[in-house]
Ligand binder design. Structure first.
Ligand code: URA
Length: 433
């Protein structure tokens, strides 16, 4: 078999067989297929697409390209969750303790932020002492003991995705539904999930800008899950403005602490309850999403979810007391951005807020660039809220004056204020089973 023939076949709209897909993935991981051929193939996929059979086989070949976690020692059904990425998206940190407190173990591998989107592992790194890397034995032992562990992706899990994603990132081949779907699903399958709950975001701050695109991606992932025998549930959620008010790592941990103590921003809580309830359904501890939400609300009201969060931080070496006492480092230079007129905030573009947070130092420009865990933005007002001229709309946090000045440039004219309250799209658009 020759890679050049397979590129040509896809370029001309043909379907690749299982054997051919295995040849591509194995050859690429082993270094037999060079980047330039893989990039040409990925571009052919961008234009020609892949059938469901091809996409499922690609997912499986990628999932099997490295180590796979065996979670059978945890007993019961193991459910995982994945978000396609957003701004201020801290749902994992809120729903993880709630779901674990309701008896479904959460053993989760999460990512770091890239570009304008944040990552759970960066947020957790803002807790002093917190270890994002555990051995597989430590990870499983912690899940057995307290029902919750969140770690960075370990060494050799889905090397095909690591290599292919980095290549796609620099060859304009990210935005293909079969390539995104196989990238996401291969990681969940290699991490041992029997049930998978996907938060597929759409809107300005998301990868998929329209509901239609998000629906297509979600349907593809649910179908792959079915084809590979994993129950998969996709929730389409709105990312036109950030979730909650805090964007930036330590700022977001403090917001999660508030939410777990019943003082959460309503939108963050609503999305977390929806996703968490589906995790309880997939984990077979409740029969429907209404009872799931009720159980999760009880875990908040009783303090069980907050206790679980503190136990989780402590188990991974983090200073839970510092979180409880709100002693996390927040960048010392801050500046309010004031409203120039009185009225209703019309919109806060999530993508632009993500870029602003990056300018303040909270995000990475490249995979390895440094990050300021204390920097970020707080949305003092959100869309549909009333603001009086001269009141703060945003509060910026940076570690030095230069970055604050840089952020200020991005922050000007970010919010439009008008006399009518805008209609907001629903937070949860649809659930695809
Ligand atoms: N997230 C992923 O994990 N992979 C993609 O290809 C895009 C978003």
């Amino acid at each position: 078999m020759r890679m050049v023939d397979l590129i040509e076949k896809k370029r001309d709209g043909g379907s690749l067989s299982k054997k051919e897909i295995r040849f591509i993935i194995e050859g690429y991981v082993q270094g037999d297929i060079p980047d330039y051929q893989m990039a040409a193939w990925a571009m052919a996929v961008i234009f020609r697409g892949m059938s469901l059979e091809e996409t499922s086989e690609l997912t499986l070949a990628m999932a099997q390209s490295g180590d796979q976690l065996d979670l059978s020692s945890l007993g019961g059904r193991f459910v995982d969750k994945h978000s396609t990425g957003g701004v201020g998206d801290k749902t994992t940190l809120l729903l993880g303790p709630m779901v674990a407190a309701c008896g479904v173990p959460v053993a989760k591998m999460s990512g770091r932020g890239l570009g304008h989107t944040g990552g759970t592992i960066d947020k957790l790194s803002s807790v002093p002492g917190f270890r994002v890397e555990l051995t597989q034995e430590e990870f499983l032992a912690q899940v057995k003991k307290i029902g919750l562990s969140i770690i960075a992706q370990t060494g050799n899990l889905v090397p095909a995705d690591k290599k292919l994603y980095a290549l796609r990132d620099v060859t304009a081949t990210v935005s293909s539904i079969p390539l995104i779907a196989s990238s996401v699903m291969s990681k969940k399958i290699a991490a041992g999930a029997q049930g998978i709950v996907l938060d597929v975001k759409y809107g300005s701050g998301a990868f998929m800008k329209t509901v239609e695109e998000a629906r297509m991606l979600a349907t593809t992932m649910v179908e792959i899950g079915k084809a590979l025998g994993r129950q998969t549930i996709a929730v389409l959620s709105n990312m036109n403005q950030p979730l909650g008010r805090a964007v930036g790592n330590s700022l977001e941990i403090l917001e999660v602490a508030d939410a777990l103590q019943g003082k959460g921003p309503q939108d963050l809580v609503e999305v977390s309850l929806e996703l968490g309830a589906w995790m309880l359904v997939a984990g077979e501890v409740v029969s429907n999403v209404v009872s799931g939400k009720e159980r999760l609300r009880q875990s908040l009201a009783s303090g069980a979810a907050w206790d679980k969060f503190l136990a989780f931080l402590t188990a991974q070496g983090g200073d839970a007391q510092a979180v409880a006492d709100r002693r996390l480092r927040v960048a010392p230079w801050n500046l309010p951005i004031l409203a120039e007129s009185t009225g209703y905030v019309q919109a806060f573009d999530a993508h632009k807020i993500g870029i602003l947070a990056m300018a303040l130092g909270a995000g990475r420009v490249t995979k390895d660039s440094p990050i300021d865990l204390g920097a970020g933005v707080v949305l003092v007002k959100k869309a549909r809220e009333w603001v009086v001229a001269g009141e703060p709309l945003l509060q910026l946090y940076a570690s030095n004056q230069e970055m604050l000045a840089e952020g200020r440039k991005f922050a000007q004219n970010l919010a439009v204020v008008g006399s009518e309250a805008p209609e907001l799209l629903p937070l949860i658009e649809e659930v695809i089973l």
